[in-house]
Unconditional design. Structure first.
Lengths: 370, 369
């Protein structure tokens, strides 16, 4: 334990403390700017790791057609899970890969939290602690105490205005959403459920932390999230999606909002803007169960209906399943000008790897229309 | 068993979140919360001390009993968070500041609250009483002057320094001297709080309470130097050679020598004439509390509870003892001025109010929680 403590303090906390104070001095005594620059530099330092994870995610997205095949082919959950894991293994993909950088960043967050508390010297004890950590250069010694005010913030105290907690929530949610768009929603049920929970719980958790920890740390979280979103843009071009689509607001209507569905596991084939489904409706209905809609289904894979009217406008365009009443003729598929229609490895039209599940949607619509 | 398995399966997605909570919790817990280090204060009714974090108590050293404690056990509303502020006392009242930013006036007899005043920022330095005026600094850099009887702000006083005031203001004749983490020393008129002079000699923040003796003001700073100023004009008289770390403790001055402990764990003796080092002795860990000159011995304690007696003339170590717990606050003379008192916390022997014999270093426990 002593060795860990020594390494933690001498290799991580000590240099980080002095480095951030050097930045403070170089940036005109603005500790807020020092945190921002420190964060950007930290992101650059961990860039190889982040890129590796992003590439892993990208690879994961290319597996979607094969995963869907497995989903269709095997009805036994155990076998399906085995086959899925086999596929992951053979392709060298880690399904929980998107969580790894977050986990790796935990020690960095904790270290930064300590560095902020130590450098700002909010308590007398922490200022004494700082005196023992500073390198004996007058350039550093004379920087103390650091100016804790930045914009409207006292960086050594929580942000009482709630602006930073909200920013932490929004940026983290968006970053998570972008990370998950390519893989999470289409992975196996367990992974998808985990990622869906993380999508909401992590931002909520960090927003709560931001409300109770020094705002300097919340500022770090906001900047690091923005850096992640920017990086995602450069690496993935946000998966070629319109920002509103990523946010699920393309066809957003307030009356369709169902908060209970926020924490429900994602539906296979569900897409942003789709009508939320009740929790537990995972598309598989056992004999004798009566799914919503009142029809009895006998031991078969029942893809979850996305929307009674056939999903979002974009889905309908892709699937050629525009809303229709019984007896009305189907409208021909509409391809948006300037938008490429993907043909995936299985040769199906319109099942964009990043979207996934369009087959399911079609079947759901068909099921309802029957 | 089946239902347990189901519950575990459903909880599995939450594991990363729980892991995050545990790791963040562990990391955040590593940072020390405000503890407090108020020094014991002698009163007519006993010794005021802080044996419990965030609680001020009046103890009788003879019977080792606690007469009262503030806030009382039944008071669930008052949360002081810690007491760094050395209390100031009159015959009937005790006044002190809490880390919660409030100044409290209590009846000395029973510890009941007379008034409180919210300064809106944590109080680390002590309060001082001059006539009917209570003066205290806070972490917003403000110095407030309050009416001793009512706790209302004195009109005309509007003192704001550029940084935290973590030292105790010192009153000498008709002037109040204040040091601040903004690296400056200020002098104000006691009557109305009007500004007299400001000194900017120090290149480091100042958390040390100034020592005013023989027309001179002595204080150490975070730039590792000890300074001497002329108390009338505020002009610098000398600057000591640098120590190995910051000065935080209030210095002790005799006619010819100024003694100051540094966070480098060393006690320094400087010439009062020119600031040259007469001698220095390494004690151990940070010396944050004020040393005491008593019975021909300079008694010094470091943060880890190591206490030593030195010959003030040449720094020869007379004795050394371990308190086996963290030493808080300044060393304070006992009523008969033949010994010193110190408050300890944590460690093997826990919180105690101890008395130390300056001749041999013998330790006597005066009170425990």
């Amino acid at each position: 334990m002593q060795l860990i403590g020594f390494v933690w303090n001498q290799i991580l906390i000590g240099p980080a403390t002095n480095f951030i104070i050097v930045l403070d001095r170089l940036l005109f005594g603005s500790y807020g700017l020092a945190i921002i620059v420190f964060t950007v530099l930290l992101r650059l330092a961990t860039l190889p790791l982040t890129l590796r994870q992003m590439n892993s995610s990208k690879k994961m997205s290319t597996l979607q057609p094969k995963l869907q095949e497995i989903q269709k082919k095997y009805s036994d959950p155990k076998r399906r899970s085995e086959e899925t894991m086999k596929l992951y293994k053979s392709e060298g993909v880690n399904p929980a890969g998107c969580l790894v950088p977050t986990l790796i960043q935990f020690p960095i967050w904790i270290a930064l939290y300590q560095v902020i508390r130590i450098t700002l010297g909010t308590t007398p004890e922490s200022l004494i602690d700082l005196s023992h950590r500073l390198y004996p250069w007058s350039f550093l010694q004379q920087a103390v105490p650091l100016t804790s005010h930045f914009l409207w913030l006292n960086l050594g105290a929580p942000d009482g205005t709630l602006v930073l907690p909200v920013l932490v929530f929004v940026t983290m949610w968006l970053q998570q959403k972008l990370t998950m768009t390519q893989t999470a929603m289409q992975g196996n049920a367990q992974t998808a459920q985990t990622n869906q929970m993380m999508l909401w719980f992590l931002p909520l958790l960090f927003a709560y932390f931001s409300y109770s920890v020094p705002s300097g740390l919340a500022l770090y979280w906001v900047i690091t999230n923005i850096a992640g979103i920017t990086l995602n843009y450069f690496v993935f071009d946000w998966h070629g999606k319109h920002p509103m689509e990523i946010l699920g607001l393309r066809n957003f209507k307030l009356k369709n909002l169902n908060p209970a569905s926020m924490f429900a596991p994602p539906q296979r084939g569900a897409r942003s803007g789709g009508r939320p489904q009740p929790a537990g409706a995972n598309g598989r209905v056992r004999n004798g169960a009566t799914p919503r809609g009142g029809r009895e289904v006998i031991e078969q894979e029942t893809p979850t209906p996305v929307q009674r009217n056939g999903g979002t406008a974009r889905q309908r365009q892709r699937n050629g399943t525009s809303p229709q009443r019984r007896g009305q003729p189907k409208a021909p598929p509409v391809v948006r000008p300037g938008r490429q229609v993907n043909q995936n490895q299985t040769g199906r039209l319109g099942s964009d790897p990043a979207d996934g599940g369009s087959d399911s949607e079609t079947r759901a619509d068909d099921g309802r229309g029957a | 068993m089946k239902s347990t398995g189901l519950i575990l399966r459903r909880l599995r997605p939450l594991l990363p979140v729980l892991l995050l909570l545990v790791v963040l919790g562990a990391g955040c817990g590593a940072i020390a919360a405000p503890q407090g280090w108020a020094a014991p204060v002698l009163t007519s009714g006993g010794v005021l001390t802080t044996l419990h974090k965030g609680k001020l108590a009046l103890v009788d050293p003879t019977s080792k009993s606690t007469k009262w404690e503030f806030p009382s056990a039944s008071d669930k509303k008052t949360k002081l968070q810690g007491i760094y502020s050395n209390p100031a006392v009159t015959d009937t009242q005790v006044v002190f500041g809490g880390y919660n930013g409030h100044v409290y006036a209590l009846n000395l007899s029973d510890g009941s609250q007379k008034w409180e005043y919210n300064t809106h920022s944590s109080i680390v330095g002590g309060v001082v009483i001059a006539g009917n005026t209570v003066i205290a600094g806070n972490s917003d850099g403000n110095v407030v002057a309050l009416d001793l009887d009512k706790g209302t702000p004195k009109p005309g006083w509007n003192i704001h320094t550029g940084e935290r005031v973590w030292s105790t203001p010192v009153i000498d004749a008709d002037t109040v001297y204040v040091t601040s983490l903004d690296r400056k020393v200020y002098a104000y008129r006691l009557a109305d709080g009007s500004h007299v002079w400001t000194d900017s000699s120090s290149k480091g923040a100042i958390a040390a309470t100034p020592e005013v003796v023989n027309g001179h003001i002595y204080f150490g700073a975070f730039d590792k130097h000890l300074y001497a100023l002329d108390k009338t004009s505020g002009s610098q008289l000398w600057q000591s050679p640098p120590a190995a770390n910051w000065f935080w403790a209030q210095a002790v001055a005799s006619d010819s020598t100024v003694y100051a402990g540094s966070l480098d764990g060393t006690i320094y003796a400087f010439s009062a004439q020119d600031g040259s080092v007469k001698w220095s002795q390494k004690l151990g860990d940070s010396v944050r509390g004020r040393p005491a000159l008593v019975g021909g011995t300079l008694v010094v304690a470091d943060r880890t509870g190591r206490v030593a007696g030195f010959d003030p003339a040449d720094g020869t170590q007379k004795w050394k003892t371990e308190l086996n717990s963290t030493a808080l606050g300044d060393l304070v003379l006992t009523a008969d001025k033949n010994a010193v008192m110190l408050v300890t916390e944590g460690g093997k022997d826990g919180s105690r109010l101890v008395q130390i014999d300056p001749a041999k270093g013998d330790v006597t426990v005066l009170a425990t929680p």
